[in-house]
Ligand binder design. Sequence first.
Ligand code: AMP
Ligand code: GLY
Length: 426
Amino acid sequence: MNQVLVIGSGGREHALCWRLAQSPSVSKVFCSPGNGGISEVAECVPLRNTQDIIRFCKDNAIALVVIGPEQPLVEGLADQLTAQGIAVFGPSQKAAQLEGSKGFMKAICAKYFIPTAAYGFFTALSEAKAFLKDKNYPLVVKADGLAAGKGVVIAANQKEAEDALSGMFGGLFGDSGKSVVIEEFLQGEEVSYFALCDGENAVEFGYAQDHKRVFDGDEGPNTGGMGAYSPAPIMTPPLRETVMQTIILPTLKAMKKEGCPFKGVLFAGLMLTEDGPMLLEYNVRFGDPETQPLMARYDADLYLALLACSKGGLDKVKISFRKEAALCIVMAAKGYPANYEKGSVIRGIDKANAVDGVMVFHAGTEQRNNQILANGGRVLGITAIGSTIAEAQEKGYKALDLIDWPEGFSRRDIGWRAIAQAAAII
Ligand code: AMP
Ligand code: GLY
């Protein structure tokens, strides 16, 4: 039996810990730092730095470290653990550049003919501004490095693009904006597609659709994601095969050839355009909230699948998802994604969890004196399983309405696109 350590504190990590705790080959799950809900399925341990993590892994014979967020991956945590002989789920620092540098990702796509938006890459403001002349708008301006989801501007005209560039080169995102990608605006529907990779093999690991805007009807500013469902009915079997053959497998081969084989989860942010699926971005970790419906549906041994990404032999591991649909509705603190208060009391989570087929995952929460307090922007993910997305949606909102948290809010239309598509088919 194996002990596992998960790094992170979001809804994604709660869903991973929850599913890992049910894995027949796992005896115990630890999470650093964890949150108020994770502590019900894993022991939360506050490990402050890499040395702490290494010592903890050795003292507790940790069989696998699962790294949730992108920041530690881009900073090389996987390499440091691997160097100590500790098995880790997550790519090396070099391979994590697929997310950590948009310029790196675009250069791989260009060199290996992976379908993505046409682009230019710039390290000087004057050159970037010169590129803007005589272009068709909108155009998309992206800071090269990590920017907490805020480094992408859809510029409606040249002035907006210039302003975005001035902000980025002016230090708005620190070093992340010292170089930029400017790319063609693509039209279509967005899908999150996941593939587990062991450096040699890639296996589809579900797909989902997120809701990035804060308000109903996809209005308001972008967020980390206000809700998601899986599977996404738009992803027909031929489309999934096209994504695997034209995007995922060429990337896996490219990374090996470039001397940085990819191990972990490749999360392709796709735009389904009239010309076929195109890559908007790569993330080198699981999506949040997408992982919440994904884990609600996953029904094989998660530990064995994640371990195989580290050790190889992914092609021989059983990976399977329940046929039912799952849908996650995010509850956030009022004011998110801008300013919001922390510390308000949330009641009724037990009642919501008691609804058949519902699991409430915690993101920004803290347990104190037997109470659950809000401790972040996105706070809860009410996740429901149903025979259809419409049924999962109904159950999800029924559970959500049992939660007593006046300082929180959610969208009321999560799943609208898939439900409209299903209605159109009937
Ligand atoms: P990214 O971080 O690259 O995924 O960008 C964040 C969001 O910006 C995406 O989820 C899309 O909604 C949008 N976006 C990024 N690139 C493009 C593009 N080339 N065309 C249209 N929308 C884009
Ligand atoms: N939900 C999108 C992301 O995790 O980046």
